[in-house]
Structure formats: structure tokens, C-alpha cells
Design a protein around this ligand. Structure first.
Ligand code: NOJ
Length: 761
């Protein structure tokens, strides 16, 4: 085996000079020389081949390689593959490329490592609720350690699409609605995945997606049309993509939607003007899955035409669609696409491989030893639990229903109490990942007070056959109980009657969020609400523990439940994490990163909206409002309770005016006024009172987390600079404008103190 490995490497080495082991900015010249020499040897077919990214399925015995893909790898007509992992499976394909293709160019191996690989962390929306950038970075780092030990070197993450419409199932994959927080998270993730040196064997090339505006699909329906003004793009939707690029993300994925009437994968303005020219992005651009072919449906022309549009717009790599593979050569020969365009695309893909160190050692990510030591290692499990705890958001807690007391008899009720399958959420595809997930019940059984716990299933997770029939053909795993819904409720009520307190564990099935999982109503399913109503009637206090992947409409629950804990789909260690929060061993500190509406009619609803010319005034008829619901959400952006309470002092500004070269310090005393230690995320928002274009009523500009013991106070200091006051004006120039500003500091975007200051020029 060792001999074979050495021989393989030598063949690769003898074909080209050995590139340096470590890539850095200073290595640009060497990389260019190396790739120039390689590209001189490549035929047009081989260059086009590099632009091809097929998906190679995986099963326990190894990769299922369709004949065509194997043959193409051997012919040097594949740049990389995705959906293949494990050292064995990766080695097998890499050997084909390196031993059998003419130029022995190694493959790049991609995968959707979205919120962990084998050790699963909370879904991205959940993790964003931690507001803890170091934690976000550490989870991305751990995911990179694990995935790279499984043969992978490229992740299709971070997903940084701003999302304001909870009907869209993919809100679960991103960081919520805010460009400032979204940018901070994008950066933390890129740095976590890529580390400081991409050529190390424990780093992954990051891929920022979906460029661009995918989160704004009309009516929250996946893949739907997007239409947006440029000023909105630049101020509200572009910042997280740009932050990821500035953090050094090595690749970008195009989105399925159209942007200004042109599908993203053919949008030259987007890819060439914005991404490459304005943002200086020099990494590789890959399409989303068959996004080029789908432009036929968009009405952009036949397969050859959409291939031409895509290449000329600046796409480098075609995911799965084989459009470049089929038509690339002919498009060049017929003059529709220039040789230079193909060369540039091919070069970027080779550069990515070079930066990853694959020319130096094509098998550097293939290590059984690392695989054994890294996958599901104790430190990752610990991190998974930490992340799960820090992601949870306490939405309501009346009469100190939480934490649970150890001497109480507690009825745990609901189809998610013993569930493993749903805890890991969508995008946790690495084989059987969910089987490692620890259910809440398994964690409860490890407790010394376990004899106090009762259980009843209470209802099916999904009774709605419309939903079930859409999910099950695609791995939904929703199996209705043999007992009737009424029998399940009756059992649950009986169980509840024997208890002091009821903990109902309900929510969505994992397949109800993620890709192609939009919903037109976003409450708990009717059968679950029936169960809650029956439990409420017992007169026992009811704590609702939610597992789900989007903001839900919870008006009834908010009125009728004693406590509500949002746990999202919190990953491999969900069970132990939830148990430790329920029993008060950990104090929840998560804050929402997406607004929870009262009803779906309020959608899209987000905190950084514009004021309008007729802001709501209850004494006036002709103001912006609904007749049948308030304008305000149920739970605002930034909201989340704790088992303790915090009080905020008044804002102190060191000066009430600044010029662009100065800074203002805003200080605020925060005190833990409760009985237990807790972490508070102190949030600072700004409003530009008068502008040459309309400005949002509030914009998050800073936040800090502070841990306080009972009775303890700390002074929190924020520094505001000119940069914090800048925005894109109607000429799309980034400027600040002199005038009055309001500054808000508080515990969420609604409950704030305020002060005024001026920017003078
Ligand atoms: C389609 C999804 O939109 C994208 O996010 C994902 O990375 C690719 N499929 C590859 O699985």
C-alpha cells in the first residue's frame, strides 16, 4: 500500500516541478509559474474538463461512480467531485485522476459541510442565535478538522443569504435577517474553515453562497423570482457576501434565482462587475446544482446558449450540469466564448487546488489515522453541546416555570422527546449522522432523578398527509403511529395528570426546513396544537420545548404556555444540552437573529425596516398598519430571555458630536438583577435621522456579550466611528452624511434606551 502511494506521488512529481508545501500571498508568483507550465500542456478539452464538477454518490461500500464519471476522470475531464467522502472513497477517485489521467491533475473534493460534518452542530440559524463569533469560528474549525479527515477539502458553506421571510425553508441554513451580524458570522465561518493556511491538511476551502439574493425569493417559495433595487442589494443583502470575500473565502456559489431579470449564473454584472471588479474576488465561482441547465426553464435559450451565457458572465465551474463539458469546446471553436475565458476559469480551479496543496500531495486529506482520531472526537462532542446550549433562546418564562426543579414529577410529552432523526436538521448528510445524535430522553435517563420522569408520545410529528406525502419520498422518515391521534392525546393527558409539570417537545420535522421546504403557514402543525390544548386543560404548568428550523407563529402558545424554549435542531448533542438548560445547569443566553411574526400575513417582517411617510399612529386612520393585527412582531430581532434578569442604566456619550475622523464612546451600565449568573448580549443600534436616501429605523452596529454574577454590574463601552454611519447612496457610493443620529442600546431591537448625537463635517 505504502509502495503504491509513493509510486503515485512520484509520477505526479516527475510530470511537474514540486510546488511549495505552504501557500501564502508571497507564493503567488510561484503558483503562476507552476500553473502556466501546467496549462501549456493542457488541451482545450482538458481545460474544459477542469470546469466539470459531477456528484458521485456514496454508499457504505464505497463510491457509486457512474461509468461516465470514471471514464471522464481517466480522460482528465473532471475538475472535482462532490458527495464523496471517507479516506477510502476519496483515495479511489484521486488515484484514478492522479495515476490514470494524462496530466495527473488531482481532483478537488467538495461537500455540503454546513453545520458540522459527522459531529453536527446546531443548524446555522440556531448557531447564529448564540451571537458568539468565537463559538461560530470554533464550530467551523471543528467541522473543517473532521471533514478534512474524511477526505474532503472544499465545503459549500457559509450560506450567508439575508433572510426575512420565514416561509422560505432555507432560513434555517443562514444567519438570519441582519447584514451586520450576518457579515460577522460570514467572516467567522470563513476563518474557521480556511484557517490561516489553506495548504494544511485540516483546512477546507470555503464557498460563499448563494450569490446573490437567494433569500429574497418572492413569497418565500424556494427557487422563486427575486426582484430588488440595487440600493437595497448594496445596503442590505450584499454585505455578508462581501464580508466573506474580504475574509478570504476561496470560492463563491451562484444562486438559482434571477437578479434583475438575468439568472445569477448568467449574470455578468453580478459576477464580473460586482464580485471580481468591485470586490476584487479572485477565487473560483461554481454554479449551484444544475443551475446552468435550469436557465433553459428560465427562458434564456437552449443548453448551448445557456452554457455560453454562463461562461461569458464569469462562471468557472459547472456543478453537475455537464453543460460546459458538452459544449465548452465547441463554444470556443465557434468563437462564442473566447479561449481566454476558458483559460481564466481553468486557472482559477487549478489555483484552488494549488492553494490546497493538492499538487504537492494529492492524498494529503486521505488519512485513516486522522479519520479515526478526528471524527466524533470528545472535544467535538463537547463543542456540539456547548454550541447547542448557547444557541437556545428562551422565548417565555412565567412563574419561574423554568428551570425545572429536581423534586418535581415531570411528564415529557411529544414525538420529539425520544427522537434522534430530526435533531440534526437538514444538511447533515454524512452517512447516518443522526444515529450519533443524543435524544432528550437518552440524556434524561442518565440523570439521577430519572424516576421522576414520565413519557408519552402525545401525537405524530406530522399528521398532515399533504406534508407527509411530499417529505417521505425524499427521506422524510415520517411514520404515523399505529395508535389513533385521539388515543395518543388521551395517553398524554393521563400522563400529564400524574405530573407536577408538563414538558411538551414539539416542532417541525427536519425535512420541513432546508431546501425545497417552504411553508405557506408557519405555525406548529394542527395536531400538535390539539395536543397542547389538551395538555393545557389539565391545569398543569406546560413548558413548550421547540425543535424547528425557522421562526414560527406562536401567538396562541405565547399566551397559553408557561414557558417556551426554542432549541432549533441543535445537533448531535441536542439531548444533553436541552436537559442541562431545562434543569438550570446552564442558563440560556441565545437571542433571535430573525424576527418571529405574530402571523404569516406580517411577513416579510424585520427590525431594520423603513419608517414610511405614514408610520403607524393609533389615532390616525391613514397610517401604515393592518386592521386585524399589530405591526409589531411577537418576538423581535435580538430578543431572548435568561433565567436571570438584567437592568440597563442610561446611555452616556463622551461627546454629543463627532467629525468623520473622531469617535464617540457610548457607555452603559448593565447589572444582573436576578439570582443566577448569566450572559447578556448588549446590542447597539443606530438611526440616521435625515439622509439623501431613506434610512432604516434602526441598524445593528455593535454588540458585546457580558457574563455577570448575581448583583454584579459592568460598564459596557462601545465606540462609534464614521465607518459605522456609512451607507450606499443613490449613486451606490459608500458615504456618511452629516446630521442627527439616534443611538440605541438594549437587550433586543425593541427594548432599548436612546441618546442623540451629531456627525459634523
Ligand atoms: C443545492 C443547494 O442549493 C446548495 O446550497 C448546495 O450546496 C448544492 N445543492 C450542492 O449540494
Amino acid at each position: 500500500m505504502l509502495k503504491k502511494k509513493t509510486a503515485t506521488l512520484l509520477i505526479a512529481i516527475s510530470t511537474f516541478c514540486l510546488p511549495p508545501a505552504v501557500y501564502s500571498q508571497n507564493s503567488d508568483a510561484k503558483m503562476k509559474t507552476y500553473i502556466d507550465a501546467l496549462m501549456k500542456k493542457m488541451t482545450l478539452e482538458e481545460k474544459v474538463g477542469q470546469l466539470h464538477l459531477p456528484s458521485v454518490g456514496f454508499d457504505v461500500t464505497g463510491p457509486i461512480v457512474s461509468k461516465g464519471v470514471e471514464e471522464n476522470i481517466r480522460k482528465g475531464l473532471v475538475g472535482g467531485v462532490f458527495n464523496t467522502y471517507t479516506p477510502n472513497a476519496v483515495r479511489k477517485l484521486q488515484e484514478m485522476a492522479v495515476n490514470e489521467s494524462r496530466l495527473k491533475i488531482p481532483l478537488i473534493f467538495g461537500y455540503d459541510v454546513i453545520h458540522g460534518h459527522r459531529t453536527i452542530f446546531p443548524i446555522s440559524l440556531g448557531l447564529s442565535s448564540s451571537w458568539d463569533m468565537d463559538l461560530v469560528k470554533r464550530t467551523a474549525r471543528a467541522a473543517a478538522e473532521e471533514a478534512s479527515a474524511d477526505g474532503l477539502n472544499w465545503t459549500f458553506s457559509p450560506m450567508v443569504d439575508i433572510a426575512r421571510d420565514p416561509r422560505w425553508g432555507r432560513v434555517s441554513e443562514g444567519a438570519g435577517e441582519d447584514p451586520f451580524l450576518g457579515s460577522a458570522i460570514a467572516k467567522a465561518m470563513v476563518v474557521g474553515y480556511q484557517g490561516t493556511d489553506l495548504s494544511l491538511n485540516n483546512t477546507l476551502l470555503a464557498c460563499v453562497k448563494h450569490f446573490a439574493l437567494y433569500g429574497a425569493s418572492e413569497a418565500g417559495r424556494d427557487y422563486n423570482t427575486v426582484d430588488m433595487s440595487r440600493i437595497k442589494m448594496y445596503n442590505e443583502y450584499f454585505p455578508p457576501y462581501k464580508a466573506a470575500i474580504n475574509a478570504g473565502a476561496g470560492s463563491v456559489m451562484t444562486s438559482f434565482n434571477e437578479v434583475e431579470g438575468i439568472p445569477a449564473s448568467a449574470n455578468k454584472w453580478l459576477m464580473t462587475d460586482v464580485l471580481r471588479k468591485q470586490w476584487n474576488f479572485n477565487g473560483l465561482i461554481v454554479t449551484d446544482y444544475t443551475a446552468i441547465n435550469e436557465m433553459i426553464n428560465h427562458g434564456m435559450g437552449d443548453e448551448k446558449k445557456v452554457g455560453e451565457l454562463s461562461l461569458n458572465a464569469g462562471v468557472d465551474m459547472d456543478m453537475v450540469g455537464e453543460v460546459f463539458l458538452k459544449h465548452g469546446v465547441e463554444l470556443v471553436k465557434s468563437g462564442k466564448v473566447s479561449q481566454a475565458q476558458i483559460d481564466a476559469a481553468c486557472r482559477r480551479i487549478l489555483e484552488a487546488k494549488y492553494k490546497l496543496g493538492l499538487f504537492q500531495d494529492p492524498y494529503k486529506y486521505v488519512s485513516e489515522e486522522r479519520n479515526k482520531s478526528q471524527i466524533l472526537s470528545q472535544d467535538k462532542l463537547d463543542l456540539s453541546k456547548e454550541a447547542a446550549v448557547k444557541s437556545m433562546v428562551l422565548l417565555k418564562n412565567s412563574n419561574e416555570a423554568l428551570p425545572l426543579k429536581s423534586n418535581q414529577k415531570i411528564a415529557f410529552i411529544g414525538p420529539l422527546v425520544k427522537d434522534q432523526r430530526n435533531l440534526v436538521g437538514s444538511w447533515s448528510g454524512a452517512s447516518d449522522t443522526y444515529k450519533n445524535a443524543r435524544s432528550l430522553w437518552s440524556a434524561l435517563e442518565l440523570r439521577s432523578d430519572k424516576s421522576n420522569f414520565l413519557y408519552a408520545k402525545g401525537c405524530n410529528l406530522v399528521d398532515d398527509s399533504l406534508i407527509r406525502n411530499k417529505l417521505n419520498p425524499h427521506g422524510g422518515d415520517i411514520i404515523p403511529d399505529s395508535k389513533s391521534p385521539q388515543q395518543l392525546i388521551d395517553e398524554a393527558v393521563k400522563t400529564a395528570q400524574q405530573a407536577d409539570v408538563v414538558v411538551a417537545v414539539l416542532g417541525e420535522a427536519f425535512g420541513m426546513t432546508g431546501e425545497a421546504a417552504s411553508r405557506s403557514s408557519i405555525g406548529l402543525l394542527d395536531n400538535q396544537v390539539e395536543l397542547l390544548k389538551a395538555l393545557k386543560k389539565t391545569g398543569k404548568p406546560v413548558v413548550l420545548v421547540l425543535m424547528n428550523g425557522r421562526p414560527l407563529t406562536l401567538e396562541w402558545e405565547d399566551k397559553n404556555m408557561d414557558a417556551i424554549l426554542e432549541t432549533w435542531f441543535s445537533g448531535t448533542m441536542a439531548g444533553p444540552a436541552i436537559a442541562s438548560v431545562l434543569f438550570g445547569e446552564q442558563n440560556p443566553s441565545g437571542k433571535l437573529t430573525m424576527t418571529f411574526p405574530r402571523n404569516v400575513g406580517q411577513v416579510p417582517i424585520y427590525y431594520n425596516n423603513k419608517n414610511t411617510g405614514r408610520p403607524f399612529d393609533e389615532n390616525q386612520k391613514y397610517t401604515s398598519k393592518y386592521l386585524d393585527a399589530p405591526n409589531t412582531p411577537l418576538y423581535p430581532f435580538g430578543y431572548g430571555l435568561s433565567y436571570t434578569s438584567f437592568s440597563y442604566g442610561d446611555i452616556k456619550l463622551n461627546t454629543a458630536s463627532m467629525n468623520p475622523s473622531q469617535k464617540i464612546t457610548a457607555s452603559m451600565q448593565v447589572t444582573n438583577t436576578g439570582k443566577v449568573e448569566g450572559v447578556e448580549t448588549v446590542q447597539l443600534y443606530v438611526r440616521d435621522m435625515v439622509g439623501s436616501v431613506t434610512r432604516p429605523v434602526k441598524e445593528l452596529k455593535a454588540f458585546q456579550q457580558v457574563s455577570l454574577k448575581p448583583g454584579e454590574s459592568k460598564m459596557i463601552n462601545f465606540s462609534i466611528s464614521n465607518e459605522d454611519l456609512m451607507f450606499y447612496n443613490s449613486d451606490l457610493k459608500m458615504i456618511s452624511e452629516a446630521g442627527d443620529f439616534k443611538l440605541f442600546i438594549g437587550t433586543n431591537s425593541r427594548d432599548v434606551k436612546e441618546a442623540n448625537f451629531k456627525l459634523v463635517k
